[in-house]
Design a protein around this ligand. Structure first.
Ligand SMILES: Nc1nc2c(ncn2[C@@H]2O[C@H](COP(=O)(O)OP(=O)(O)OP(=O)(O)O)[C@@H](O)[C@H]2O)c(=O)[nH]1
Length: 184
């Protein structure tokens, strides 16, 4: 049995987009309806993807805006990034673009393993960002894209499995052929 791989993941985005809710849904399997702004929380979870155990450390970061100074700690020892916006908030979509730019500047690379997530997809009536817009942005970054609802366990799990696959790809552990059709 291979040893578990330790991977540290930062969850980043504008305020109130659902970073904590997605992380808690994944780690604890529950949705918390109340809003309690995060300073920073760390969670650990062991997951198995394709027969490999991953010992994940998830850093749920404080909400940022385009004026925030991107904390240096968010670029150190991090293997993958979950960048979150809310499909109900144009502001959060703009902010996630600025955060991505700052992130690349900080790590000094042109690409890092990233999943762009459009959260709150359950709020159909309040949607202002189309699926295609999110996908286009992620494509321009060379990142994976998905929409989620922190109310559903399934999509929260998918977000974190997707970032594991992105990190594995970056490490050369996913065959080219598999990239076209990713089976979870
Ligand atoms: N309907 C719906 N509400 C959500 C979803 N995700 C989060 N919320 C709600 O949105 C509010 C903010 O969620 P949080 O998870 O605290 O957001 P956050 O991004 O961690 O916020 P900060 O700590 O300020 O950065 C809470 O009231 C959540 O219950 C979702 O997918 N659907």
């Amino acid at each position: 049995m291979p040893q578990p791989k330790y991977r540290k993941i930062a969850v980043i985005g504008y305020r109130s987009v659902g970073k904590s809710s997605l992380t808690i849904q994944f780690v604890e399997g529950q949705f918390v309806d109340s809003y309690d702004p995060t300073i920073e929380n760390t969670f650990n979870k062991l997951v198995n993807v394709r027969g490999q155990d991953f010992n994940l450390q998830l850093v749920d970061t404080a909400g940022q805006d385009e004026y925030s100074i991107f904390p240096q700690s968010h670029s150190m020892d991090i293997h993958g990034y979950v960048l979150v916006y809310s499909v109900t908030s144009m502001k959060s979509f703009e902010v996630v673009q600025s955060l991505h730019d700052k992130l690349l500047d900080m790590v000094g690379k042109i690409q890092v393993p990233t999943v762009l997530v459009g959260n709150k997809k359950d709020l159909h009536m309040e949607r202002v960002i189309k699926h295609e817009e999110g996908k286009k942005l992620a494509d321009s970054w060379g990142a994976a894209f998905m929409e989620s609802s922190a109310k559903e366990n399934e999509t929260a799990v998918e977000v974190f499995k997707r970032i594991i696959l992105e990190m594995e790809k970056a490490d050369g552990n996913v065959q080219q052929e598999e990239k076209k059709c990713i089976v979870m």
